[in-house]
Design a protein around this ligand. Structure first.
Ligand code: R2B
Ligand code: URA
Length: 310
């Protein structure tokens, strides 16, 4: 059933472990998580990942490595002496994955297909590992609409470029739609963790997921452009009046596939620019690096609180 309060489909086993909506998996001799360089027979997934509680995803391997080190410091996790963090999925040459106690930090690449593949495999990983009530976060970057660069946006609703609230995947030649919904309670909890002393704004709103960075986001600085600056501004203004606060490229499958699996999930992104003022991402590297830590701090605070109250 679907929880009225939090929006999430309750599709887990009573002990909180992840159930798969796929009868084939348990009939297979082994399940190879190809893009993670892991397998249900080649690895003891329960031993390796059974204690995972938080899966944090973001676009780049480097950012997810630094998040792993950041969260290690925050939760006071110690590595065995003489060891460093290892990229568990190193030999997939696709995604990077780091584990720090109950936290997994995984890169998802850019765009819908890339995060879609990762979600299939990470959800199966949680199933094989028998992890209990895992919570998924996407900590990312985005373009803001009427928001200064460096603003943190917690997504409370999700749309695609056509204004749809679902993820549509062609299966066997037919389109299948899955509702793209995020956990409302988690949005409130994250928002409450924003520090009023922070020298930047943390807000909530609708996030639009685009399939392209340039024309798909109404930019005029791509290799091609068939509309005018005025038409672009009309479009962005329209989005703004529909409650869209930011544009990125993964939120629809992220919300839809976690919801379909009955997994609590949230998306926290920092704006790299205000799209009402321009298209080019031109903030200096150091400034951008500081901005990218902001969603990590908020999610880090959530994880820390959660572990302290347990
Ligand atoms: C935000 O940034 C990337 C594009 O630059 C994309 O992955 C996203 O969602
Ligand atoms: N990521 C996006 O998808 N769009 C932006 O404008 C900035 C980052």
């Amino acid at each position: 059933y679907q929880c009225k309060k939090c929006n999430v489909a309750q599709f887990r086993y009573p002990d909180g472990t992840v159930r798969l909506r796929n009868p084939h998996i348990e009939l297979m001799d082994q399940d190879i998580l190809y893009h993670l360089a892991l397998g249900s027979e080649s690895h003891d997934l329960v031993e390796m990942f059974g204690d995972v509680k938080f899966i944090c995803m973001g676009g780049t391997p480097k950012r997810m490595e630094s998040f792993a080190y950041y969260i290690m410091k925050e939760i006071g996790h110690k590595l065995p002496t003489g060891t460093t963090l290892q990229d568990i999925s190193q030999y997939s040459y696709r995604y990077s994955m780091y584990k720090v106690g109950p936290v997994l930090s995984v890169s998802h690449g850019m765009g819908v297909p890339s995060i879609g593949i990762l979600l299939h495999e990470v959800i199966k990983l949680m199933y094989h590992a028998k992890a209990k009530d895992p919570i998924f976060f996407r900590i990312g970057t985005c373009g803001g609409i009427g928001l200064e660069g460096g603003t943190v946006v917690i997504s409370d609703d999700v749309v695609d470029e056509m204004g749809n609230h679902y993820y549509e995947v062609p299966m066997l030649g037919k389109p299948v739609r899955r509702p793209a919904k995020l956990d409302r309670r988690l949005v409130r909890e994250l928002r409450a963790l924003a520090d009023p002393e922070d020298p930047y704004e943390t807000t909530t709103g609708t996030t639009m997921c685009a399939n392209d960075f340039y024309e798909g986001q109404g930019r005029t600085d791509g290799a091609f452009c068939d509309y005018t600056e005025a038409e672009k501004m009309t479009y962005l203004t329209q989005l703004q009046s529909n409650g869209v606060k930011n544009i990125e490229m993964e939120v629809v499958p992220f919300a839809a596939l976690t919801h379909h699996a009955g997994i609590k999930a949230a998306v926290v992104c920092v704006t790299l620019l205000d799209r009402m003022k321009g298209d080019q991402v031109c903030a200096p590297k150091e400034v951008m690096n500081e901005w990218q830590i902001r969603p990590q701090k908020l999610v880090g605070r959530y994880i820390k609180r959660y572990l302290q109250t347990k």
